[in-house]
Ligand binder design. Sequence first.
Ligand SMILES: Cc1cc2nc3c(=O)[nH]c(=O)nc-3n(C[C@H](O)[C@H](O)[C@H](O)COP(=O)(O)OP(=O)(O)OC[C@H]3O[C@@H](n4cnc5c(N)ncnc54)[C@H](O)[C@@H]3O)c2cc1C
Length: 484
Amino acid sequence: MAEHAVVVVGGGPTGLMLAGELALAGVDVAIVERRAAPDPDRALAGGLHARTIEVLDQRGIADWFLAAGKAMQIQGFGRIPLDISDFPSRHNYGLALPQIQTERLLATWVEELGVPTMREREVTGFTQDDAGVDVALSDGTSLRAEYLVGCDGGRSVIRKAAGIEFVGWEASTSWLMAEVEMVEKPKFGLRPGGGIGPSEGGDRIRLTLTEREVEHTGEPTLQDVREALIASDGTDYGVHSLSWTSRFTDNTRQAVSYRKGRILLAGDAAHVHPPLGGQGLNTGVQDAMNLGWKLAQVVKKTSPQSLLDTYHGERHPVGARVLKNTMAQVALTSPGDRHQVLRDTMAEVLSMDEPRKWFAGMMSGLGIHYDLGEGHPLLGRRMPDLDLVTAGGPLRMFTLLHHARPVLLNLGEPGSLDITPWAARVQSIDARYAGDWELPVLGRVAAPAAVLVRPDGYVAWVGDGSDNGLSEALTTWFGSPTAS
Ligand SMILES: Cc1cc2nc3c(=O)[nH]c(=O)nc-3n(C[C@H](O)[C@H](O)[C@H](O)COP(=O)(O)OP(=O)(O)OC[C@H]3O[C@@H](n4cnc5c(N)ncnc54)[C@H](O)[C@@H]3O)c2cc1C
């Protein structure tokens, strides 16, 4: 039986990101993926939000994505645009990039990192014991792993087999998506609950429209498309030549726990919601970023298993908030005059600076705040990508994170912070930074004397000129001083 430290089930965006993170940390990880290759017919996510671009920048691969997509202001709430060009980030925009491209680029990264992907095989079940997990595959073989991570999408076999409840709201609305041709040219643009526009190549027409019925058993037919067009526009425009269809609903659910023993869940396996605001893929990639380094440290035995509980503790509230905001957006974009009044009111609110910043921080991911206790506003927030000056010359903060290793950044008296017991695990850098400290949503904050930055780019400790609390923070996040 083949053995790996970690088996990741599902090579979608979440599974790929997680496998890359584990490989960077030197963990033996393998992916099992049902599909033969990333599927161009999966017309899903249309882009990346600012925080996801930052996360990729922290690994030195954002340029691949930026070169393949189109940077633009994509964020919005219930279709009300939210401009983030005044946010203090190198990436104060979103990126229009089809999911297939994101998956291909992540797959290239993972391949370069040497992660084996077992394709055209499914995980059918598992049994876990005190020391590991036996993973059964559809070809009759099995794998042994210390940990198994279900990144296997909304219908997750892993979540179901682990008996983790998936609680939330039944679907109240169904949308159909289709690529078609039409005899008459429709007016391109948004409709309440959907929209009609040119396909990617521009030669065909793509539409997303709400349906009368919520329950369906199969894929939409041409007749379903006709009916949805008549209900929306009063005509079917002579629609014909249906080449592709799909359906999604506002089924909104979240796993009650992201971990059960040696089984973990990430991405759509842990949370599903309607695609309003384009957050699913982004949330999954950031789940992976949060889990990867923690799982790596537990596998390497430098940190106790309890570190994994902070994954649920930090990411479950983020997922819950995404669920809540997508449900609110479904209500906001529902057809009808009464909802139009709600939309107009919300647009008025979001035209004011403070609400715009708060909502834009939520939708772009730049406002994420993990509750790491009281203290400096940086604590639990993303570390800005500062232009530092070091003895070796100028250096971007994110460059220090390329290898997914924690950083103690000392901006005070050089050599004043001694972390010798953690020296093999944590990079210690003396640097100077002359600019302002400004965070998205919060604005300017007091300059810290030092910061301890986790591999996922979140601040775990803020120094006030002394080393107060530093050993505790290092032990909490990177293991005891004596761990090898
Ligand atoms: C219409 C639509 C538009 C969307 N737009 C956006 C958007 O703009 N922005 C955004 O962020 N998100 C968007 N999303 C959501 C986004 O597509 C998902 O959140 C994202 O695909 C989740 O990634 P994942 O890797 O967690 O799961 P998935 O992409 O579902 O990947 C799971 C993988 O696991 C594999 N798998 C499943 N079961 C097994 C098994 N038993 N064994 C082996 N392999 C298995 C599958 O083949 C698949 O490759 C949209 C979704 C829809 C439906």
